[in-house]
Design a protein around this ligand. Structure first.
Ligand code: NAD
Length: 356
């Protein structure tokens, strides 16, 4: 029997609707497998601006750092869009990632077989399956390099050190060891010096993982290969900007933004787990948001932060069973859907599968 403390950031928009479903699911897992999860609510994003005057109160940082892990819904919305850049809700998320030292973003992109009709790719391509994980470097590269504007000229600098590349490459190889043992590293080494360093360090790191097959792919080719034959990818390793773009492309080819989870990790076990979608203000407060991405984020937390693999699999398989039974939330319904349910009902159905 173990006890885990989880900081919870419900956030804005649909966040306060989807996160409670993930909490209920974790409690059901606790009941079934004999663990206790304790949850502490903290503020971040738009709601924090409204209640505490800042998108990231110090209390939130302190609570997250003291916790075993952090579960996030989503932040932001039209209400805060006119604020100056450095006061907006997203500043909270960037600040929390920095405070927690999270340099690795892990995003699985998979086509759930019961949802294969949602895949926008040709049927024969979708039939080969999509099941990959994108490991993206999160704290370096062009988003954080020297930048400036001088009259008609503006510039941003892509810069990586050996240690930054090595630590993210290790995450990719470790991830591959627990999956298909194949890493495709993305770069633009035909043009960029930073990419040539990236490639060099990735291959040097690969030597410690002889079981993993490693290869390089230029980013422009990767963008094409993702739509031509996504089944070739197991783990994709990419820098910050390439990973940002390719992970959205990978998400789109699965056809279901409400289904995909993510984890941001650093050197400790305390990670930040969140759905890849935003706060969906257009559907907030209607009990129609899909809670599955957040529920699967909780499943990732069990696996990556707590090492509870069987418990994590129990959630994934419950989600699959509910989908196989023909039940859908509105965003993933199609002509074969037997029953459309709301956010709360979807959470309840997943829980009854777990407890079955
Ligand atoms: P979004 O992901 O919130 O929504 C895009 C579309 O997908 C919308 O039509 C929405 O209704 C739908 N959608 C998203 N999640 C869904 C779910 N769980 N179930 C059903 N449908 C779902 O992206 P956006 O509209 O570009 O952004 C809205 C707000 O979210 C903005 O303020 C943006 O800054 C913020 N945002 C936050 C995060 C985050 O918290 N990490 C990430 C992306 C965007």
């Amino acid at each position: 029997m173990s006890n885990y403390n989880i900081a919870v950031i419900k956030g804005d928009g649909i966040g306060p609707e989807i996160v409670p479903q993930a909490i209920n699911v974790l409690n059901a897992v606790g009941e079934k497998f004999g663990h206790t999860f304790e949850f502490t609510d903290v503020l971040m994003g738009g709601c924090a601006i409204d209640e505490a005057g800042t998108p990231l109160p110090q209390e939130t940082i302190d609570t997250c750092l003291k916790s075993d892990s952090v579960l996030l819904g989503a932040i932001g919305g039209p209400k805060w869009e006119s604020l100056p850049g450095n006061e907006r809700p997203e500043v909270g998320l960037l600040g929390l990632r920095a405070a927690m030292g999270l340099y690795a973003n892990i995003r699985p992109a998979m086509l759930f077989q019961p949802l294969k009709n949602a895949c926008p790719l040709r049927e024969d391509i979708a039939a080969k399956g999509i099941d990959m994980v994108i490991v993206r470097e999160l704290t370096g590269g062009i988003y954080f390099g020297e930048r400036g504007r001088d009259g008609d000229v503006a510039y941003d600098t892509e810069k990586y050190s050996v240690s930054e590349v090595r630590r993210i490459a290790k995450v990719a190889f470790e991830t591959a060891m627990a999956r298909g043992k194949k890493v495709i590293s993305i770069d633009k080494a035909n043009v960029l010096d930073s990419s040539r360093l990236w490639r060099e360090v990735v291959h040097e790191t690969a030597q410690s993982y002889p079981e993993v097959e490693v290869s390089d792919m230029l980013v422009d080719n990767a963008a094409m290969q993702l739509v031509k034959d996504p089944s070739q990818f197991d783990v994709i390793l990419a820098n910050n900007i390439f990973g940002d773009i390719l992970s959205d492309e990978a998400a789109m080819i699965t056809g279901s933004i409400g289904m995909l989870a993510s984890a941001s990790l650093g050197d400790t076990k305390c990670g930040l787990y969140e759905p890849i979608h935003g706060s969906a203000p257009d559907i907030a407060g209607k009990n129609i948001a899909n809670p599955i991405a957040t529920i699967l984020s909780a499943a990732m937390m069990l696996k990556y932060s707590f090492g509870l693999t069987a418990e994590s699999l129990a959630i994934e398989s419950a989600v699959n069973k509910v989908l196989e039974s023909g039940v859908r939330t509105a965003d993933i319904k199609d002509e074969t859907t037997e029953k459309v349910v709301g956010t709360v009902e979807m959470g309840e159905m997943i829980i009854s599968e777990i407890l079955r």
